[in-house]
Design a binder for this molecule. Structure first.
Ligand SMILES: NC(=O)c1ccc[n+]([C@@H]2O[C@H](COP(=O)([O-])OP(=O)(O)OC[C@H]3O[C@@H](n4cnc5c(N)ncnc54)[C@H](O)[C@@H]3O)[C@@H](O)[C@H]2O)c1
Length: 338
């Protein structure tokens, strides 16, 4: 579905992290519905891993097989790589590149990639007067009580959430210095949907539970599965990004479905299509585990014109075709054992 009327003919769009889950969906959205020139900038997957065994960057060329725009391989933490972007004169920057893995404990690496690089990209947007739309996160709310609203309970519990809060603070400083610049931060909640498979173990619980159900007719949940999250389908996240291009007001906005749903509810949605399967409830080994997140989206509706279109039921139903194909191809085992 096309979210804004502007054809964007003659416009230049940069998508950092464009080989990742959300970035690649965004790149293919613009290719399908608009005439802008789209450039993807991403470090792509290398063999480098963090101490938790996960890949340092999760972008994958297969997310971009249908992409006809330009691809630049580069690292946002390297000034010489960012220098490649200087001559384009971008009109819009969608900044998705980040260490997106919330379990990475290397504070230096997370803050360098997520905060320092954002400052360099903000400077680029100042120089070319580009609209900057960047990915923040519900991680900024830590374990604060839901519903989560902009400006309250911003107490991150890990360095990832802290890095996103620092990005949001930096954005406010730039807005104070450059009031004519448009900068929109989007605090995504739990995003799920097509093209997330290459995130492996950091992919959504919807993908992971769907694959467990398909392969072993049993899923495992932390007791008693009633922890609630705001799960938001990828198409709604794309909608928020695209509508942010015509935002009535710079600032930071929550992007969720606006409804908290439990892990048990995911199981019920999966059973509707896959038939019955067993649920094993296991002890939760994590002392810190969010019990309840829910995006307050009043401001997102008012200033971005955002209206989520996918309930958990409808989102999962739409996504199940890809989940079944991933299962049938054996791709998941390949991704997680690499
Ligand atoms: N998926 C979610 O549920 C969710 C929730 C909240 C926030 N976010 C944020 O949304 C953005 C996109 O997330 P995603 O789910 O698509 O994750 P992703 O890991 O699939 O995408 C991130 C992309 O950035 C690239 N990248 C990482 N480090 C880089 C570097 N130094 N230089 C260049 N490219 C680099 C990766 O290769 C990858 O393609 C991230 O900023 C993430 O923190 C995602």
């Amino acid at each position: 579905m096309q979210y804004i009327n502007d054809s964007l003919a003659g416009k230049k769009i940069l998508i950092t992290g464009g080989a990742g889950f959300i970035g690649s969906n965004l790149a293919l959205y613009f290719q399908k519905y608009h005439q802008a020139k789209v450039v993807v900038f991403d470090s792509f997957r290398s063999e480098k891993t963090f101490s938790n065994g996960h890949f340092k960057s999760l972008g994958h060329f297969k997310n971009l097989l249908d992409f006809k725009g330009e691809v630049i391989v580069g690292d946002i933490t390297k000034k010489e790589d960012l220098a490649r972007l200087e001559s384009y004169g971008f009109d819009y920057i969608f900044h998705q590149a980040a260490i997106s893995d919330t379990t990475v404990m290397d504070q230096e690496a997370v803050l360098r990639a997520n905060v320092n690089a954002f400052k360099d990209l903000l400077d680029l947007s100042v120089r070319t007067n580009a609209v900057m739309i960047y990915a923040s996160s519900a991680g900024v709310y830590g374990n604060s009580p839901a519903p989560n609203s902009i400006g309250s309970g911003e107490i991150p519990e890990n360095v990832y959430g802290f890095s996103k809060l620092m990005m949001d603070n930096l954005m406010q400083k730039y807005l104070a210095c450059y009031p004519n610049l448009t900068i929109v931060g989007l605090r995504y909640f739990n995003v799920y949907g097509e093209k997330e498979v290459y995130k492996g173990k950091t992919a959504s619980m919807i993908l992971q539970l769907g694959l467990q159900a398909l392969s072993s007719k049993k899923v495992r949940l932390f007791k008693m599965g009633e922890q609630k999250r705001d799960f938001v389908y990828i198409e709604d996240v794309i909608q928020a990004n695209v509508k942010a291009m015509e935002s009535k007001k710079s600032g930071v906005y929550n992007v969720g479905s606006g409804m908290a749903r439990s892990y048990n509810a995911i199981v019920e949605c999966l059973k509707t299509d896959l038939g019955d399967f067993a649920v094993e409830y296991i002890d939760n080994p994590y002392s810190f585990f969010q019990e309840h997140t829910e995006a307050n989206i009043v401001l997102t509706k008012e200033f971005l014109g955002y209206t989520p279109r996918f309930s958990l039921e409808v989102g999962i139903k739409k996504y199940l075709g890809e989940i079944k194909a991933i299962h049938a191809s054996g791709l998941w085992d390949e991704v997680v054992t690499l």
